[in-house]
Ligand binder design. Structure first.
Ligand code: HEM
Length: 205
């Protein structure tokens, strides 16, 4: 998959959700202001060492990848042997696609309003995208899992933090965020059908 479309798609969906969910945007801004409060930190550009101190930002990245996994069907796998999975026979050589998109919204696993953007569900939760929690597999699992996880999560987090720390964002022409088109374009990566267009206004404390 590699990391250009995947990362930019994730950032676009995260900003879309933050514009629609003002409470989450404000909470992230509060976390950034509180954590990066020293006069020196306010002046310096963000670096990756801050990411581990920003739990709400981490939760936003996870919640974005839950609702909008950049690789909705992972990459195709092939069964090396015939095997049984939950009473289904998977014949040797079958091509396997894992529907990560559907698993991430499954109401039997994600009980609290699974189609809503709620980063709070990951606060205090041990569910992570390291491939051990099968209800949440935006980067796959096992030997062919995405090797770009550390780079992807740092890049996405840092870019989002810089966007929200330095700018107030709104939609052009006073458009109401509730009316944003959330249609998805299914493909190799899960892009927004209508690209997100936002207007930045400089913000400083
Ligand atoms: C939001 C960001 C990203 C997401 C959601 C993502 C997701 C995925 C997924 C689902 C797979 C298939 C895993 C499987 O089939 O088990 C994959 C494979 C892969 N990804 Fe990523 N990826 C992202 C970013 C990156 C980045 C930044 C890089 C590298 C710089 C990268 C490099 C790769 C490579 C090389 C593979 C193939 C691994 C293999 O087949 O052994 N990805 N990725």
């Amino acid at each position: 998959m590699a990391g250009t479309d995947t990362n930019t798609t994730a950032i676009e969906w995260a900003m879309t959700e933050l514009i629609r969910n003002k409470g989450a945007m404000n909470k992230l801004r509060e976390e950034l202001n509180a954590e990066l409060s020293s006069p020196l930190e306010r002046k310096l550009p963000l670096d990756e060492s801050v990411v581990s101190r920003l739990p709400y930002l981490n939760a936003i990245v996870k919640e974005t990848l839950r609702l909008h996994p950049s690789g909705p069907l992972m990459l195709p796998h092939r069964a090396s042997e015939t095997c049984e999975v939950m009473n289904f026979t998977v014949p040797k050589g079958a091509k396997i696609l894992v529907n990560v998109w559907a698993i991430s919204r499954d109401p039997t696993v994600w009980e609290d309003d699974p189609t809503s953007f709620k980063p709070e569900r990951f606060i205090g939760s041990k569910v992570d995208f390291r491939g051990h929690d099968f209800e949440f597999l935006p980067f796959g699992a096992g030997r062919r899992m995405c090797p770009g996880v550390p780079l992807a999560t740092r890049q996405i987090s840092l870019i989002l933090a810089a966007f929200v720390r330095n700018f107030d964002w709104c939609l052009p022409d006073g458009k109401d965020p509730a009316e944003l088109d959330m249609s998805e374009k299914f493909g190799f990566t899960l892009q927004k059908e209508q690209p997100l267009l936002l207007v930045p206004n400089r913000y400083s404390l």
